[in-house]
Design a protein around this ligand. Structure first.
Ligand code: SF4
Length: 344
């Protein structure tokens, strides 16, 4: 799938969530004009021919909270590019707040070819929502989600971990309650402290402590297992790296990592390998070689960033050497009493 992103910054949003500085996250400070939008779409025209599914996304702010004339300008500008009008874009997608959805809004979105709506739920815990300045309730999320699904849109739910007043248990509970909504997909964003936000001021004053990277990875691993069990795809974990969001740029503190999602998947694979090894009930590992066989697309997750999983497995079990190999149907497994083979 190719997604053509049109960033709609903070304007239009009457709220001030403690973690948000959309002007930084969206990478620009003014609303895109008609010409900007056309120019962006035209830039993707050639690349679009290589994809089966091309979507145009209005991201960044709360689309359905923008003044109506602007919404209509955006929606009308992109109409000629929709496949239904002879263009190459299959459908539109947008993100918004749970309290900015009603039947009239959804009918308008449907008329203009919007197919996917993502709601920034962030948490399902009343105290967390209040402390984060969200200005909506968990009930708003439940109500908006059911309307979105009823009207036939694909529904995405965005959640955050480590917000003020949140802890491990409340973030897990949020995931459980999001599962009850049965969205088509979710995104999970560990809270990072972006410079210039209320959260940054609270952090500097010692009133907010962000999650540590390892804590956020552990938590997101548990959350992704909850979503997996409910058959809800997690399409993103962690903020996307950009020129404006980086450890040496706008982020003051918090569990930011440019490849956060891969850290979680690697940890998951490490646990999987450990479980397999334990099930073999081997007494002595020190003189043994470990061979791990895995699908090609999971090879790098299995090895881990900077060979992290190899290091952890060596430390934990003391294998002489560890090999991670691609699993194939015709595989001839290495065999001798010094070799332990694990198939994932
Ligand atoms: S609702 Fe969205 S755009 Fe508005 S302040 Fe909160 S996070 Fe930022």
């Amino acid at each position: 799938m190719l997604i053509i992103p049109i960033f709609v910054p903070h304007a239009g949003c009457p709220h001030d969530c403690c973690f948000c500085n959309q002007k930084i996250i969206s990478g620009q400070t003014s609303m895109p004009t008609e010409d900007d939008i056309v120019e962006t779409i035209e830039r993707f025209k050639t690349a679009a021919t290589r994809y089966d599914d091309v979507q145009l996304a209005f991201y960044g702010g709360s689309f359905t909270a923008i003044e109506i004339d602007l919404q209509l300008m955006f929606l009308k500008t992109v109409q000629p590019y929709l496949k239904s009008n002879g263009g190459f874009v299959d459908k539109l997608r947008l993100s918004t707040r749970p309290d900015c959805i009603d039947v009239e809004i959804l009918e308008r979105m449907h008329k203009f070819g919007v197919g996917v709506i993502e709601l920034g739920a962030q948490s399902m815990d009343a105290a967390v929502l209040l402390a984060s300045g969200r200005g909506h309730t968990a009930e708003d999320t439940i109500k908006a989600s059911s309307l979105i699904k009823e009207k036939g849109f694909e529904l995405g739910i965005q959640t955050m971990t480590g917000l003020p007043m949140a802890d491990y248990a409340s973030d897990v509970e949020t995931a459980r309650r999001v599962c009850e909504i049965k969205p088509d997909f979710v995104r999970i964003y560990p809270t990072v402290v972006v410079k210039g936000t209320a959260l940054h001021r609270n952090y500097l004053a010692g009133r907010y402590s962000p999650q540590k990277l390892e804590e956020a990875v552990e938590l997101c691993l548990e959350l992704s297992e909850i979503y997996d069990a409910a058959n809800i795809p997690v399409i993103r974990m962690g903020l996307q790296s950009s020129d404006n969001i980086s450890e040496d740029g706008e982020i003051a503190a918090g569990p930011y990592h440019a490849a956060f999602g891969q850290l979680v998947k690697s940890k998951q694979m490490y646990i999987e390998v450990c479980r397999k090894i334990e099930s073999l009930e081997i007494q002595e590992y020190n003189d043994k070689f470990l061979y791990v066989y895995v699908d090609a697309e999971r090879l790098s997750d299995c090895i881990g960033q900077k060979r992290e999983n190899i290091r952890r497995l060596t430390e934990q079990y003391g294998f002489r050497r560890i090999f991670v190999k691609e699993k194939r149907s015709d595989i001839e497994k290495e065999k001798n009493d010094k070799i332990i083979s694990v198939m994932l």
